[in-house]
Design a protein around this ligand. Structure first.
Ligand code: ACO
Length: 399
């Protein structure tokens, strides 16, 4: 807390809350979380029901427009998104200019931002029809950009969208197609990826969503705002934990080594990655769904040997007083890396998958921000701790 304002040159009372731990930055009706009870709802619908019965594109519509679509609305929505999966050839050339070992998240961030130059009309954010078309474009093109970033790192030619396929099948085709023939993904894998996208579609005011809202509050176009969100997601504290889980499981190596590993965690030597969450003090509802999805995926790909270690680790931790007392449960990242690895994604791609899934959430929050008349440009206060009123000494006198 600052001091009470007693004179014009004093800051007065202000909250000092780095990281907005206890400060609401907006009002939102998109996503509800109750971390104590392990509840996650999009527009009031429990995540479990959406993951079981819905599709990623239907969930995207729900998040952005606030209601489940009618049949006509859904068909039109899917048709529009399918129609916009191609990107301008110059975007392809732009992406081909990256170094051979460019990180796919850096490529995704830059190419998403670059779309603002191809659609300059996107800056007209006051027009709802214009916003709609930009939203459609972004959801449609994100898998194309993500798949091309993946192919780039592998030194393989970029594959164009196949619009006879559905959203996730098309993405898998652009990632893995190796011949002239149509790439036919196993429907169980395509569905599992669709569910993973649903689980990542929104999570209220997380770091990247806050970045989208903060940048969007300057009324910039949505490509620039989402590009900022991708930058935030790139950071290891946000999108990178599932990779750390895989490294940890590999290091443990066998179920026999778990007791020693747990003892080290309890001694404070390291953390059990994929456990604990700032908001969830119960089982992360997404982790439960992912754990189930593991079975479907491994039925197709064969079991990842690390799964056995993960399951045993979870069992031991959930019965251990250290974890129980601190309310540490598996979070969304505990099992997701295992699935991504089964798809043969390299770890750098994990966050790209997260970004594709999160895109509708970013756009829903952006659209809500634009429509909220009370929202102001994001401009936090600071508590100044530096010098005041110094006298500048010219260089000739200082050096
Ligand atoms: N393993 C062991 N101990 C842990 C863990 C863990 N994974 N997480 C928290 N703790 C302990 C802390 O040591 C602390 O113990 P103490 O009270 O004896 O000092 C207590 O639990 C509280 O921990 P905090 O760090 O204060 O909890 P916070 O809410 O700040 O951290 C976080 C949440 C960062 C997710 C933490 O649980 C963590 O580091 N987990 C591992 C990394 C991870 O899985 N991240 C992914 C999060 S999900 C996502 O971002 C999509």
């Amino acid at each position: 807390l600052g001091q009470i304002k007693t004179a014009d040159d004093q800051p007065g009372l202000a909250t000092y809350d780095p990281g907005f731990v206890n400060t609401a930055s907006c009002r939102s009706s998109v996503t509800y979380i109750d971390g104590e009870k392990g509840i996650l709802e999009y527009r009031g619908y429990p995540i479990e029901q959406l993951a079981e019965n819905s599709t990623f594109l239907e969930v995207a519509y729900l998040l952005i427009y606030g209601e489940l679509p009618s049949k006509e609305q859904y068909d039109k929505w899917v048709h529009e998104i399918t129609y916009h999966t191609y990107v301008h050839e110059n975007v392809k050339s732009f992406m081909q200019g990256f170094r051979y070992d460019a990180h796919p998240m850096g490529m995704l961030m830059a190419s998403t931002g670059a779309l603002s130059t191809f659609y300059p009309e996107a800056s007209n954010i006051a027009d709802p029809d214009n916003r709609h078309i930009q939203i459609v474009r972004m959801i449609a093109k994100m898998p194309t950009l993500g798949a091309w970033a993946f192919r780039h790192a592998q030194g393989k030619p970029y594959i164009y969208p196949d619009n006879e396929l559905n959203y996730t099948e098309n993405f898998l085709s652009m990632l893995f197609k190796m011949s002239e023939h149509r790439y036919e993904a196993d429907p169980r894998l395509a569905r599992a990826l669709d569910v993973l996208f649903i689980l990542h579609a929104d999570h209220e005011q997380n770091c990247s969503t806050n970045a989208v809202r903060s940048v969007g509050s300057s009324q910039v176009d949505p490509y620039s705002a989402v590009g900022a969100g991708i930058g935030a997601l790139f950071g290891p504290l946000h999108g990178g934990a599932n990779e750390a889980v895989l490294r940890m499981l590999r290091r443990i190596g066998s179920k026999d080594n778990i007791p020693d590993f747990i003892a080290g965690v309890k001694d404070g030597n390291e953390r059990l990655m994929g456990f604990g969450h700032r908001v969830y003090k119960n089982y992360d509802p997404r982790a439960k769904i992912i754990k189930k999805a593991c079975d479907d995926v491994f039925e197709v790909t064969g079991v990842n040997p690390l799964l056995e270690i993960a399951q045993e680790l979870e069992k031991i931790a959930l019965e251990d007083e250290y974890f129980v007392k601190r309310k540490l449960y598996p979070n969304v990242d505990f099992y997701s890396g295992l699935i991504y690895e089964a798809f043969q994604f390299p770890p750098e791609m994990f966050t790209v998958l997260f970004a594709i899934g999160r895109t509708p959430g970013w756009l829903a929050q952006w659209q809500e921000l634009i429509g909220d008349k009370d929202q102001k440009i994001a401009r936090p206060k600071q508590i100044y701790t530096g010098d005041r009123g110094l006298t500048f000494t010219p260089r000739e006198e200082r050096w």
